[in-house]
Design a protein around this ligand. Structure first.
Ligand SMILES: [Zn+2]
Length: 356
């Protein structure tokens, strides 16, 4: 297979070659005869096979067998510098331009086994359920649309109100009084007509209301406002259906998100079971926090950050470019500590009625 050299720069320094691909670090290789530099130069000119590269090097006066070149390529591959040349794009100029940054992003994770095109195709074949298109969801939806997920099902039962304009940027004044899911779906269709959008205009009042929404879904995202314990309905639905869930919430000064990887991570019911009892000081304090009158103090920059973190964790599940970072943990970003993420792992409960 012809291989391509990923983005990198190099310079000879005496008998060594200093090479930078990931800007955080450099690699130094012994290259006394300049063969590696010549191989890199030939690869930079055009993607090729080991045999073609051996011929090109011979023209430069460097005699190496195809086997020698293959060993050199194996070394470069082990440094993550090579990818499948035929799969570095989607092969359709319009789609390649539409996904140019997405392709570049996955270039960092592509190798000879998994290509940039594979990652994008996987996204284009995926279907994400977005629960709620208010503060969090109306940020998640544009992030997923930009990534080019193939399909979304949007669930909400609210209408656009002027108080949404603090932070819900999918909606315009002309939309006042309109169904949020309908407007959000319209936004997605206008943004990228290739994305299929389904809307469900319904209040979710329990696990039963979620049951018919999971068919064909790859990842569940978002959260439901209002009723206490609604995160547990999502949790139970996700675990029983074997679908990863990325959810969370926003308190006055905190953004909190977490994910549940069914069969692998702890679930939200495990966490609930570990909470302090109602008759303890900590239990009473937690109940007071939950029950205190709540005025929504969330501004746009915070909801955008929340939505992007949820969408990015969903991206991990959808493409597997890296393992989920919030599986079985609450990740808390607090305004008072500079929004630096703090991981709070959830202990898996072997007696959990949902996940064990
Ligand atoms: Zn559990």
């Amino acid at each position: 297979m012809p291989v391509a050299l990923k983005e990198c720069v190099w310079e000879a320094l005496g008998d060594e070659l200093v090479l930078v691909a990931d800007p955080r670090e450099s690699v130094t290789l012994a290259d006394p005869d300049g063969h590696i530099a010549a191989l890199l130069t030939e690869l930079r000119r055009a993607p090729r096979t080991a045999r073609e590269l051996a011929a090109a090097l011979a023209e430069r006066g460097i005699t190496l067998s195809e086997q020698d070149v293959q060993e050199g390529l194996d070394g470069l591959a082990s440094l993550g510098l090579l990818e499948d040349a035929g799969q570095a794009t989607l092969g359709d100029p319009a789609l390649d331009e539409r996904h140019s940054s997405n392709l570049s992003f996955f270039g960092s994770f592509a190798d000879l086994e998994r290509s940039r095109a594979d990652y994008i195709r996987r996204l284009r074949q995926s279907h994400v359920l977005v629960l709620g298109v208010g503060g969090g969801g109306s940020q998640i939806v544009p992030c997923l649309a930009g990534l080019g997920v193939g399909a979304m099902t949007l669930v909400d039962h609210d209408v656009v109100q002027s108080r949404n304009f603090n932070r819900q940027f999918l909606y315009r004044h002309a939309d006042l009084g309109r169904s949020k899911v309908e407007r959000a779906a319209e936004w997605v269709r206008e943004y990228d007509p290739d994305i299929e959008v389904r809307t469900v205009d319904r209040w979710i009042a329990g696990v039963e209301d979620l049951r018919d929404l999971t068919a064909g879904i790859d990842v569940m995202t978002g959260g439901l406002d209002g009723e206490r314990g609604s995160h547990l309905w999502l949790n139970e639905t996700a675990v029983r259906a074997g679908i990863p869930l990325v959810t969370g919430g926003m308190m006055r000064t905190q953004l909190i998100y977490c994910s549940v990887d069914p069969g692998k991570s702890a679930c939200l019911r495990c966490h609930e079971r570990a909470l302090p009892g109602e008759r303890t000081t900590a239990g009473v304090a937690q109940r007071l926090v939950r029950e205190r009158p709540f005025t929504n103090a969330l501004i746009g920059p915070l909801t955008m950050q929340f939505g992007s973190l949820v969408a990015y964790e969903a991206l991990r599940y959808l493409t597997d470019f890296e393992p989920p970072r919030a599986a079985g943990a609450y990740v808390v970003l607090d305004l008072h500590t500079g929004l630096v993420p703090e991981w709070q792992p959830i202990e898996r409960d072997p007696g959990c009625p949902v996940c064990s």
